[in-house]
Ligand binder design. Structure first.
Ligand code: BGC
Length: 777
């Protein structure tokens, strides 16, 4: 099959919702049939030349052989040089040296350490024909060597400044150790906690997701990509990867274009607006088209509508996986489909390198399409300053990784990420007069699991401790905070999954001997993340048995959860007086937890993902539609279940403080808002408790009648306000038509005149409600 046939084959059936895509694709197909190479002509050389290419890059493209060009589009594993076995190490160095020397690989993943990467760069600069530097990319997802909370936790801070700082620290450590490019931020909206990768994103809301995406891009890339503390960012996975059917990783996605654009795309758009340099495709298909060959996503939306100028990398073998999808008949065909759709670099499958040589020679692929991709890659290498100085200063590596300043930042972000879910009778913070504390549970003195998913970075230098060794456990944090003044009775109680009767007896004994019990339970790091989906959201049975047995001892009990997703924790929530969501908090876990438990830090985290009562309720998210029969307790034919309440256990935006906030006096600047005007919404928030605290004040709206039905609430703003006890602060939000837009049936991005509800609220289920009308003058 030739390229025209293959394009046509994939455009045979087009669903109505892909009409715009179809229109675009039709133009492409027709032009291909007649002009042979419309992609290169329409948005190839000329545009990219204007958009950031340089004389150096253009000269290089002229000089490069086709093989060298394909090398620039090839990202390969380079991690073997860290292998413990010196024979493997040496052999692999030899192979890597040859590949770099011959210009057959221009990008590596898995390579760590300044010395190693500097060696690679020396080979590229001094031994390869054209001296083009390599780029090293790695999954620096929530920290490099100093590990920060998993992104889901970090987003619970609702604090873009500290999220940016976390990314900055990660960039500083990564760049000094030879990483130029992080494969982050992951910005996939997740409405289904069965999906293991919910841990990697910022939760379920597109507005908050956009704020966090932009903050992380700013933090990674900084103002100057040549700086030794900046890395190129890669927003991923484009797109709607989190909408996988049944919460099962890599599963198909079938959604309307409205939902795609209103819910799943905004965080990507925010990252592009922030100047993100690269973007990764997703493993999934959307409405029948694998994302890695979706020209509608990659050309129409990403480049034409949003003006993205960076390069697009496939996900790991996502190109060749299109054969398994049943979308490409061979790996060669898959490679052709993806470069023509707008993918510039192949991660790990070697498909561009293996197949494009022949295709260009036989005229099935225009070299201009290859040049377009090469240009995009070289522009980013140039932005990083790699042509002028590809080396990192190895002498600073040791000093920077896990330095005190970075650990202090990780501790601060970790304590901001903790969400207090329940605190009956102010059991927390712990009283000063305690003489003994039981610390119980398989996660209490556990070093690897608090690191969470994607804490990968090896050990670049022998003097830098392994990631695990650096972790402060909850037990260690509590011991350090109490400094010997309080007796700490520790018992593991059980394994994550394994019951142990001896351990259980020790746990009972520890509880009996203590004034108060802290149970540290939940998921290990392998229970969330890529390929780690669950159909059950409960804490494993060995631990639930531990919780109920220890609780029965009758001591005041606090459950501290560590997990990578919302869990179904009804029993704990109903019975145990205090419940703290600590997620996987990273290197400084124990110190951050101690800060919160002892009241040195007043918790201010708010959930960014709905907690269901049980797995049968999912997907469950706050910004859902109303139905014609919204649930009510007195109507059995309303939209609900017969075996569980319809509402979440804890709603989006929820979280407590050690003080109490009261909301009063909602006021709007007017009853109406001109469609091209603005509206001011204010409320007074008082601290009615005895401690200073930070409240996350949230602004929601509901469009009451739309040409398409609208969600029952949508977040449109938030402010973090520090309020002293007894004081009142006025918060002011401004709304404009831009905040009220959605994609209508014709896929126009509109605000429609009519009535809206507005809330200033502590979470998505409560708040002060007002009303206004959008009018056309
Ligand atoms: C993941 C990506 C990741 C890549 C490289 C893939 O399996 O989906 O998020 O960046 O591996 O490690």
């Amino acid at each position: 099959m030739n390229e025209q046939e293959s394009n046509l084959m994939h455009r045979k059936s087009v669903s109505p919702i892909r009409m715009r895509a179809a229109a675009f694709a039709t133009v492409v197909v027709m032009a291909l049939a007649f002009a042979g190479d419309v992609i290169a002509q329409s948005d190839g050389q000329a545009n990219d030349r204007i958009n950031g290419s340089s004389d150096r890059i253009e000269r290089l493209i002229e000089e490069m052989t086709l093989e060298e060009k394909l090398g620039q589009l090839t990202l390969q594993w380079g991690g073997e040089a860290a292998d413990a076995n010196p024979n493997i190490r040496e052999k692999s160095r030899l192979a890597i040296r040859n590949e770099i020397k011959n210009g057959r690989i221009g990008a590596f993943i898995g390579a760590h350490g300044a010395d190693y990467v500097n060696w690679m760069q020396r080979v590229a600069k001094e031994e390869s024909r054209l001296g083009i530097p390599i780029i090293v990319g790695n999954d620096v997802i929530h920290g490099y060597h100093t590990i920060f909370p998993i992104p889901l936790a970090e987003a619970c801070s609702w604090n873009p400044a500290i999220v940016e700082k976390a990314a900055r620290v990660a960039a500083t450590e990564a760049r000094i150790a030879g990483t130029h490019w992080t494969l982050a931020p992951m910005v996939d909206i997740a409405r289904d906690p069965r999906w293991g990768r919910i841990a990697e994103g910022a939760g379920e809301d597109p507005y908050l997701g956009g704020i966090m995406a932009a903050a992380r891009v700013r933090g990674f890339q900084g103002k100057d990509l040549t700086a030794p503390d900046s890395v190129l960012a890669c927003v991923k996975h484009f797109a709607a990867y989190g909408a996988a059917e049944a919460g099962r990783d890599y599963n198909p996605v079938d959604i309307s274009e409205q939902t795609l654009r209103d819910i799943y795309l905004p965080p990507f758009k925010a990252a592009v607006d922030e100047g993100v340099g690269t973007l990764m495709t997703a493993f999934n298909e959307i409405n029948g088209v694998p994302a890695t060959a979706d020209d509608f996503l990659l050309e129409q939306i990403l480049r034409r509508e949003w003006g993205f100028k960076g390069f697009v990398v496939s996900d790991w073998t996502s190109i060749t996986e299109m054969v398994e999808h049943g979308y490409a008949e061979s790996e060669a065909h898959a490679a052709l489909l993806s470069i023509k759709a707008g993918v510039d670099m192949d991660m790990s499958a070697l498909s561009f390198r293996d197949h494009f040589g022949d295709m260009v020679k036989t005229g099935r692929l225009s070299e201009k399409v290859v040049d377009r991709a090469v240009r995009r890659v070289l522009i980013q290498k140039e932005r990083l300053g790699l042509f002028d100085d590809p080396f990192s200063d190895a002498s600073k590596e040791e000093r920077l990784l896990l330095c005190d300043e970075h650990r202090a930042a990780a501790r601060d972000v970790a304590r901001h990420s903790i969400v207090l879910l329940k605190n009956e009778d102010n059991l927390l913070p712990l009283r000063d007069d305690l003489t003994s504390i039981a610390v119980i549970g398989p996660l209490a003195d556990n070093k690897p699991d608090p690191l969470g998913t994607w804490a990968l970075t090896g050990k670049p230098k022998s003097v830098v401790p392994r990631l695990e060794d650096a972790v402060v456990t909850v037990l260690a944090g509590i011991r350090q905070r109490t400094g010997g003044a309080v007796t700490i009775n520790y018992a593991k109680g059980c394994g994550i999954h394994e019951a142990d009767s001896d351990e259980l007896s020790k746990a009972i004994d520890a509880a009996q001997k203590s004034d108060v019990v802290i149970l540290v339970v939940g998921e290990d790091r392998d229970m969330s993340g890529e390929g780690h989906c669950r159909t059950n959201l409960q804490i494993p049975p060995a631990q639930t048995a531990l919780i109920s047995t220890v609780y029965a001892v009758g001591k005041p009990t606090i459950v501290l959860l560590m997990n990578g997703r919302p869990l179904a924790i009804n029993w704990i929530s109903e019975n145990v007086p205090a419940l703290v969501e600590a997620w996987h908090l990273g290197t400084e876990t124990g110190n951050a937890v101690a800060d919160v438990l002892f009241g040195d830090f007043n918790p201010c985290g708010r959930l960014v993902t709905t907690f269901p009562r049980n797995v049968g309720q999912v997907p469950l998210y706050y910004n859902h539609k109303n139905t014609g029969r919204p649930p009510t307790s007195d109507d059995r034919f309303s939209s609900k279940y017969i075996d569980v309440h319809w509402s979440p256990l804890y709603p989006f935006g929820y979280g407590l403080s050690y003080t109490r906030f009261e909301y009063k006096n909602l006021r709007l600047s007017a009853d109406t808002m001109p469609i091209d005007g603005r509206l001011t919404v204010k409320a007074d928030i008082s601290n009615a408790g005895a401690r200073a605290g930070v409240e996350v004040v949230q602004l929601y709206v509901r469009d009451l009648v739309g040409s398409l039905t609208r969600p029952i609430r949508e977040l449109k703003g938030f402010q973090r306000i520090a309020i002293k006890p007894g004081e009142t602060e006025t918060v002011t939000f401004e709304l404009s038509a831009n905040d009220l837009r959605f994609h209508n049936r014709k896929l126009e991005y509109v605000v429609e005149p009519g009535r809206f509800h507005v809330w200033i609220a502590p979470n998505s289920a409560e708040g002060l409600q007002g009303e206004f009308e959008v009018v056309v003058k």
